[in-house]
Design a protein around this ligand. Structure first.
Ligand code: NAD
Length: 379
């Protein structure tokens, strides 16, 4: 072989293979790789392999991936068994992880501790897993933050569901048939999802209030045209998240909230404390005190719900109050949710590629070191 041919062969050998297969979780329509990010990865020097039909849930055709430079395969196993980096939305089943190349990289929402078989499969195959939900929420990580990008879609959809279920207009109307007062909407929890829900309710013309235990949310709620509901409880915790409330704080919050809810038409609840079941904020007694025709959409249904009466995945009626506990709302906006998720994944995967598009791990980079699972031993 000539020197140039040898160099070319080495470059080909070093080319990283990035793979994505169809999501298998029930109802999951999103994808972690879009034609847009596929094109960028190919431009960065990677080979991209996908399973046929990868993007069907998000309306991304195989032809669009092929045009973006992907190899389209019929077999998921062929993709999983050859990829150096596998990207996904939901955690792959243990069997799929067992098909991956030993020592390969897995990037997505992986919840490795959520399922013993999954965690064991990751460890048994020596997979270098990057559960993106573990990413530190620093300024630099914002472009990779799947929790934020997906929460934005979930908050938006939750408010639209509330508007749809409500037997009322959201905006004020002055008509020949008289004046309609605007709906009073309360958003509980003003994190990323809650703020998007507030913005959406404002656009629909409702009178919007928000409350949160982190005091800095007051300014954020007000900047969206909402009113901050001050229940006199502040519980800022570590890393910008809320901490769990003490029993006294919780009792005070409950008592003031119960009175307030008697005049609220719609609640969208989004309160969460990382790693814990959702805080129970709206009790059955509070729901009983609400006006008939009121609506509660509980975005926290997935982790148990903020309302005592929420049944995950169901819509139930209690004394004329509709309580909805939708699941995986981000998937219902699969096109834009995938666009954002895939860009988050692309930005993270870029940290794993050198200038030639080969795989490298810079463990001095805290975004890698703090995200990887299992955690690396110090030193
Ligand atoms: P989250 O989903 O963990 O929680 C949602 C909201 O519920 C939070 O605002 C929390 O304070 C609130 N909450 C918890 N317990 C409550 C209770 N008992 N009553 C009322 N509200 C309660 O939060 P999130 O949306 O993922 O974001 C959390 C924080 O992280 C926010 O400050 C957000 O701005 C910040 N963040 C920072 C970055 C970054 O800088 N890279 C990125 C994303 C989010």
């Amino acid at each position: 072989m000539t020197d140039t041919a040898e160099q070319a062969a080495q470059a080909t050998a070093a080319k990283v293979i990035i793979g994505a297969v169809r999501e298998t979780a029930a109802g999951e329509r999103r994808v972690a790789l879009t034609p847009e990010t596929c094109k960028k990865l190919v431009a960065a020097g990677a080979t991209v392999r996908i399973e046929r039909g990868l993007g069907s849930g998000a309306h991304a055709a195989d032809a669009a991936y092929a045009d973006a430079g992907a190899e389209v395969h019929d077999s998921a196993d062929a993709v999983l068994g050859s990829a150096d980096i596998v990207v996904c939305v939901q955690p792959p089943p243990a069997a799929a992880i067992a098909t991956m190349k030993s020592g390969a990289v897995l990037v997505g929402m992986l919840q490795p501790q959520g399922d013993a078989a999954r965690g064991e499969a990751i460890q048994a195959r020596g997979i270098v897993a990057f559960p993106l939900e573990r990413l530190p929420r620093t300024t630099r990580a914002q472009a990779m933050d799947i929790l934020s990008s997906q929460a934005g879609m979930a908050g938006y959809k939750a408010m639209l569901i509330a508007a749809q279920l409500a037997p009322k207009f959201f905006p004020m109307l002055t008509t020949a048939a008289g004046t309609i007062r605007p709906s009073k909407v309360l958003v509980i929890g003003a994190g990323v999802a809650g703020l998007q829900a507030i913005a959406t309710a404002k656009r629909l013309g409702a009178q919007v209030e928000g409350f949160d235990v982190r005091p800095e949310t007051r300014e954020q709620i007000e900047s969206l045209g909402g009113k901050f509901l001050d229940l006199g409880v502040s519980a800022a915790g570590e890393g910008g998240y809320a901490r769990q409330l003490t029993d006294e704080e919780r009792a005070l919050q409950q008592q003031r909230l119960a009175d307030h809810l008697k005049n609220v038409d719609v609640i969208v609840a989004t309160a969460a404390v990382p790693g814990r079941p959702a805080p129970k904020i709206v009790s059955a007694a509070m729901v009983a005190g609400m006006k008939p025709g009121s609506v509660i959409v509980d975005l926290a249904a997935e982790t148990g719900g903020n309302c005592e009466l929420t049944r995950p995945g169901e819509i139930v009626m209690h004394d004329g109050v509709t309580v909805s506990g939708p699941l995986n709302l981000a998937s219902s906006g699969a096109m834009h949710a995938s666009d954002m998720f895939a860009r988050n994944v692309f930005n993270f995967v870029s940290l794993l590629l050198d200038k030639q598009g080969a795989l490298r791990f810079d463990w001095n980079d805290e975004l890698l070191a703090k995200t990887v699972w299992p955690e690396r031993a110090a030193g």
